[in-house]
Design a protein around this ligand. Structure first.
Ligand code: HEC
Length: 149
C-alpha cells in the first residue's frame, strides 16, 4: 500500500475512534450495557462448563475466553464509563463510578487482568475452573460497589 493511502486510512480510523470517544452519553451507556450483556453470556458459558452443567469443550471455551479477553478493555478505554455518562439513558451505574473514577478504574483493571488470563486457561477444565472463579470475583466485587440494585 502506498504511504499516502496508508496515511489516509489511518486518518479515517483515527477520526472514527475520536468520534466514538466523544459519543453521546446515551450511546456510551448503551455500549457499556451491551458489552456487559455479551460479557455475561460468555461468562455464563464458561461458568456452566466449570460447574459441569454443560460438557467441557476446548474450542468453544477458547472462543468465549478470547472474546472476553478482547472485549473487556474496550468500554473503559472507549470512555463508556467516562465523565458525563452518569445520565442520558437508563443506567444502574452507581454515582461512585463517576465520583471516584480512580477506584473504579482499579476495580475494572482487576477484571481486565482476569479476562486476559482466560485464553491460556481455557484449554483445560482444571485451569478453566480456577480462572472462571477468579473472574467471577471481579464481577461481583465491582457490582457490589458500583452497580445499583
Ligand atoms: C469494574 C466494574 C465491573 C465489572 C468488573 C463488571 N461489571 Fe457488570 N456492570 C458494571 C456496572 C457499573 C453496570 C451497570 C451499567 C449501567 O447500567 O450503565 C454493570 C452491568 C452489568 C449487567 C447488566 C447489563 C444491562 O443491560 O443493564 C450485566 C449482565 C453484567 N454487568 C455482567 C457482568 C459480568 C458477568 C461481569 C464479569 C465477568 C461483570 N459484569 C463485570 C460494572 C462492572
Amino acid at each position: 500500500m502506498k504511504i499516502k493511502h496508508l496515511a489516509a486510512l489511518l486518518g479515517a480510523c483515527l477520526s472514527i475512534g475520536t468520534a466514538f470517544a466523544q459519543a453521546k452519553p446515551e450511546s456510551q451507556i448503551e455500549y457499556r450495557k451491551s458489552a456487559m450483556t455479551v460479557t455475561a453470556r460468555s461468562f455464563g458459558v464458561l461458568g456452566a462448563m466449570a460447574k459441569g452443567d454443560i460438557p467441557f469443550n476446548k474450542e468453544v471455551a477458547t472462543r468465549h475466553a478470547n472474546l472476553l479477553a478482547n472485549l473487556s478493555d474496550l468500554p473503559l478505554s472507549a470512555g463508556a464509563f467516562g465523565p458525563g455518562t452518569d445520565k442520558g439513558a437508563p443506567t444502574k451505574a452507581d454515582p461512585k463510578v463517576f465520583s471516584e473514577p480512580e477506584k473504579f478504574k482499579a476495580a475494572y483493571e482487576k477484571f481486565t487482568a482476569a479476562t486476559h488470563g482466560l485464553p491460556a486457561a481455557a484449554g483445560d477444565l482444571a485451569t478453566l475452573k480456577v480462572a472462571v472463579a477468579d473472574l467471577g470475583k471481579t464481577c461481583k466485587g465491582c457490582h457490589d460497589d458500583y452497580r445499583m440494585k
